[in-house]
Design a protein around this ligand. Structure first.
Ligand code: NAP
Ligand code: MG
Length: 499
């Protein structure tokens, strides 16, 4: 690899500790695990491995901070300023955070610099601003009563996040929880714990009091499960696979925790006959290959009107062949390494299944380890499959890699039925110049987000989340405050009017 690997100072000084009650501490068990750079397969750092005992300690600290610490006594304005300041500190430390995520996850530095860190800073400012705008209502009830509501924080929130956008997922979770006045126990993914730990340092630097943010790196079935089932946690928010989301929901039943789930997808990207082809090609490329396809809302089912399917898919394959796959630290790279060997093998397994079931790879269809990584790293070629039918494994299951399945369609109602023929419902794309068809599909397709003549647009102010088995609860926007607050109704007897 041409570009030398820079090493952030954050990685020096022995195993990375966990944050409990404002202190950086080792795991109660003394155990650590290694986190690796998937582009080089080299170890980046050892990280303390949290388990049930550490989650217990973190919950005690969070409960104390919530019930009697300075956080709950603070004015909304003071709290909002602290949350805003986290956003400022992310911006100030953007290059370091971008580098940490690129090293830990394998995603291009171009993306971590211009997308992940920017959106992460923005969401803290959005919910920092909201802290002073969360309020109850007065209700015109019958009788001589004043009835009003208080909108209160939920309490101690457990948050379990995946590895595909490490800093951004931590930010989507922490920012609304803190803006609404909660305390948090966050469990990052074992593959990518580093940026969440650095973000926790920034939270302390911004003035977040001890115990309000606790970060416990560790494994899902141990640390993650302890968070999901803990009786001292009032709410659990989970992003990851549908399979694990179901487990989290079951575990959360132990004490009737509030649950929100942001799960997998197999999103349709629909190209109508009259679409602007060049714009649609760019949108399909970005919708599929952004972040190596490791995106829950990736537009992995490409439905193209049969009259333009061959031309469109042929051009798509040409574009995909030109995509620069390689060293994630090179600013020109547009596709880096998949996050782990497990994920790399899994994706190659899907590609193999596609071929075995009779689909044709117009480009890609193999590892890119030799060409993109000089023999190392979990690189995969961007792959465009043609000759796919709706029943094939590559058309039905979430691959979470750079593999797109092209499917022709004929008419509008057929496409509605086929787009909706999936257990998922996270997002969908529609490409057309016909405003009537665009809005028709926006209503008929069952998904939490519909992008018309665009794809992968995000804003802290706009809600994001799933229909069906893609989960429930909306992150971002005013809607996320529903997840992190609860309503109390207060009745006060007053003197009847005229007495
Ligand atoms: P995953 O297992 O669902 O991981 C997501 C998070 O849940 C991680 O922090 C994980 O911990 C934790 N976890 C795992 N088992 C748990 C349990 N029993 N109780 C509580 N927490 C648990 O996802 P993955 O294995 O990393 O990826 C597998 C597939 O999930 C992907 O191929 C993709 O299809 C899907 N996925 C979807 C999203 C999304 O944004 N919707 C994100 C990532 C993955 P550890 O990782 O530390 O074990
Ligand atoms: Mg996992």
């Amino acid at each position: 690899m041409a570009t030398p690997t820079p090493r952030p100072k954050f990685l020096d000084g022995g195993p990375k500790k966990m944050l409990i009650g404002g202190e950086w501490v080792p795991a109660a068990s003394g155990k650590t695990f290694a986190t690796i750079d998937p582009a080089t397969e080299q170890k980046l750092a050892d990280v303390c491995e949290g388990d049930k005992d550490d989650v217990d300690r973190a919950v005690v600290a969070a409960r104390r901070a919530f019930e009697s610490g300075p956080w709950s006594k603070m004015s909304a304005s003071e709290r909002g300023q602290i949350v805003w300041r986290i956003g400022d500190l992310i911006e100030k430390n953007k290059d370091e955070l971008a580098l940490l995520d690129t090293l830990d996850n394998g995603k291009p530095i171009f993306e971590t610099t211009y997308v992940d860190t920017v959106l992460a800073a923005d969401i803290f400012r959005y919910y920092g601003g909201f802290a002073t705008k969360i309020h109850g209502e007065t209700i015109p009830v019958a009788g001589s009563f004043l009835n009003y509501t208080l909108r209160e924080p939920v309490g101690v929130c457990g948050q379990i996040i995946p590895w595909n956008f490490p800093l951004l997922m931590a930010s989507w979770k922490l920012a609304p929880a803190l803006g609404a006045g909660n305390c948090v126990v966050l469990k990052p993914a074992e593959q990518t714990p580093l940026s969440a730990l650095r973000l926790a340092e920034l939270c302390l630097e911004a003035g977040v009091p001890p115990g309000v943010v606790n970060v416990i790196p560790g494994f899902g079935p141990t640390a993650g499960a302890a968070v999901a089932r803990h009786r001292g946690i009032d709410k659990v928010a989970f992003t990851g696979s549908t399979e694990v989301g179901k487990i989290v929901m079951r575990e959360a039943a132990e004490n009737c925790k509030k649950v929100s789930l942001e799960l997998g997808g197999k999103s349709p990207n629909i190209i109508l006959q009259d679409a602007d082809i060049d714009a649609a090609l760019k949108g399909v490329m970005m919708g599929m290959f952004f972040n190596q396809g490791e995106v829950c809302c990736a537009g992995s089912r490409l439905f193209v009107h049969k009259s333009i399917k061959d031309e469109f898919v042929g051009k798509l394959a040409e574009h995909a062949k030109k995509l620069k796959v390689g060293n994630p630290l090179d600013p020109e790279t547009r596709m880096g390494a998949q996050v782990s060997e497990e994920q790399y093998d899994r994706i190659l397994g899907f590609i193999k299944a596609g071929k075995e079931q009779g689909a044709k790879a117009l480009c890609g269809g193999d590892s890119a380890r030799a060409t993109a990584g000089g023999g190392k790293g979990y690189f995969i070629q961007p792959t465009v499959f043609d000759g796919v039918n709706d029943g094939m494994k590559i058309a039905r299951e979430e691959i979470f890699g750079p593999v797109i399945a092209a499917l022709p369609f004929d008419d509008l109602d057929e496409i509605v039925a086929r787009a909706n023929d999936t257990p998922y419902g996270l997002a969908a794309g529609v490409w057309t110049k016909d405003i009537d068809k665009a809005h028709y599909l926006a209503r008929k397709v069952k998904a939490g987000t519909i992008w018309v003549n665009c794809y992968n647009q995000f804003d802290a102010a706009s809600p994001f989340g799933g229909f069906k088995e893609s989960g429930f609860g909306r992150e971002m926007g005013i809607h996320a405050l529903e997840l992190y607050t609860q309503v109390k109704s207060v009745w006060v007897r007053v003197r009847p009017q005229g007495k």
